[in-house]
Design a protein around this ligand. Structure first.
Ligand SMILES: *Cc1c(COP(=O)(O)O)cnc(C)c1O
Length: 418
């Protein structure tokens, strides 16, 4: 099949059998069919290569098909496919122990599942079981997943409205607002859930001291602190975890995206011994997942942690994040009428435009220049840059140059329209 026929075939099947509205959106944005990926590059059906600055919203921390991850998973696949479930699993045991070493505070136990939303569902259930309370406080603009429970604590009306009523007893406060959190957390509160940096909310970095203040407010009322690290976890912000920035230890932590090494789907909910006793003490099967904890996914997880460590990706994320931030800020200074705030931590960087439409045009302009990005789900004005942590300095500079050109051309287009 030639490239054009392949595209037509896939597009038609999306229209007829997957999601017609999505098909329109993807084709309008100028995306083709992905056929191959390696490192920081994705190749489409026409053989065009794109620098992946979206990074699967943080999934590709170690890049696409890192040989160490692929090799480990292939070896495991030669021994077993999915888990037999009744037996012990060594990869699961090893990954749980390894995460306990890396995670802050008393996060000693891990529940394994297959996605971020599932990890959040488990955290919500565990918080309820442990405290015997039902109120959950979350933040406006937050994203925690789209299953009913995770959606119930996600702070964007557009995604919630068709599904109301959702889980009862959820209250939303502005993100980064310590006083509002203080007021909302009370003796009925099971947990406060938040991202250390809001991802889909538009790469919102909270004021320093926010996470610590949340920790204290939860402690005062016997509520649990859930840190949703699905996007910020594993080096994205220059630390193992986003909450390391303030040396805060949550009671429950969720991970997904990067932990599977961009090769296997994997989600994890980490928690303390006391919480595990409450949830599993009387019934070891009180929360389960058929695919969760399978050897292939856990092997990918272990290999990913090894790569992050052996390639020094935490320090790299911090260092290259500064370079990216500085480069993008320079573009902002050159085009203040289009570019607002540029912000982020590590290789989690957002560029906020002054108008909604500008983000969309710049995405298309960047695609034309072989750079793949996307805007934040809950904030279309913000382009997010979450490239693989293995990206090089030269590739960061390439991305910044492309953004400068894309913004320049967008400014020209808008001038013509005006
Ligand atoms: C992506 C994301 C989720 C949901 O993960 P899925 O694997 O898509 O279900 C939850 N929380 C945060 C912070 C995320 O970025």
């Amino acid at each position: 099949m030639d490239a054009e026929a392949l595209y037509a075939d896939v597009f038609e099947k999306y229209c007829s059998h997957v999601n017609p509205a999505l098909a329109k959106l993807v084709s309008f944005a100028g995306f083709g069919v992905e056929v191959k990926a390696e490192g920081v590059w994705i190749e489409d059906h026409e053989g065009r290569r794109f620098l992946d600055c979206l990074g699967g919203y943080g999934t590709f921390a170690v890049g696409h098909r890192h040989p160490a991850v692929v090799g480990a998973v292939k070896d495991q696949l030669d021994r077993m496919g999915l888990s037999g479930k009744a037996f012990f699993s060594k990869p699961q045991a090893d990954l749980a122990a390894r995460l306990a070493e890396l995670a802050p505070g008393e996060l000693q136990f891990g529940f394994f599942c297959n996605s971020g939303a599932e990890a959040v569902e488990a955290a919500l259930k565990f918080a309820k079981a442990h405290t015997g309370r039902s109120k959950i406080v979350s933040t406006k603009g937050s994203f925690h997943g789209k299953t009913i429970g995770a959606l119930s604590v996600s702070g964007r009306e557009k995604y919630r409205k068709p599904y109301l009523p959702l889980l009862a007893g959820v209250e939303f406060v502005p993100y980064g607002d310590i006083a509002a959190a203080d007021q909302a957390i009370d003796s009925q509160t099971a947990a406060f859930i938040a991202e250390p940096i809001q991802g889909e909310g538009g790469i919102i970095v909270p004021p320093d001291g926010y996470l610590l203040a949340l920790r204290r407010a939860c402690d005062r009322h016997g509520a649990l602190l859930i840190m949703d690290e699905v996007q910020t976890g594993l080096g994205r912000t220059g630390h193992w975890f986003g909450c390391n920035h303030e040396a805060v230890a949550p009671d429950l932590m969720t991970l997904a995206k990067a932990i599977g090494g961009g090769v296997m789907p994997l989600g994890v909910t980490l928690g303390t011994p006391r919480i595990w006793e409450s949830v599993f003490g009387d019934n070891p099967l009180s929360h389960t997942s058929t695919f969760g904890g399978n050897g292939l996914a856990c092997t990918a997880g272990l290999a990913t942690l090894d790569v992050i460590e052996s390639e020094g990706l935490l320090a790299k994320s911090e260092r290259l994040g500064r370079r990216l931030l500085a480069g993008l800020r320079k573009v902002g200074t050159d085009y203040p009428e289009l570019v607002g705030q540029v912000r982020g931590r590590g290789l989690m960087v957002g560029v906020e435009f002054t108008m909604d439409e500008v983000g969309e045009i710049v995405v298309a302009q960047l695609m034309k220049r072989g750079v793949c990005v996307a805007y934040a789900l809950n904030n279309p004005r913000v382009l997010r840059f979450e490239p693989p942590l293995i990206i090089s300095e030269a590739e960061i500079d390439l991305a910044v140059t492309a953004v400068a050109e894309a913004v320049e051309e967008t400014a020209g287009l808008l001038l013509e329209l005006a």
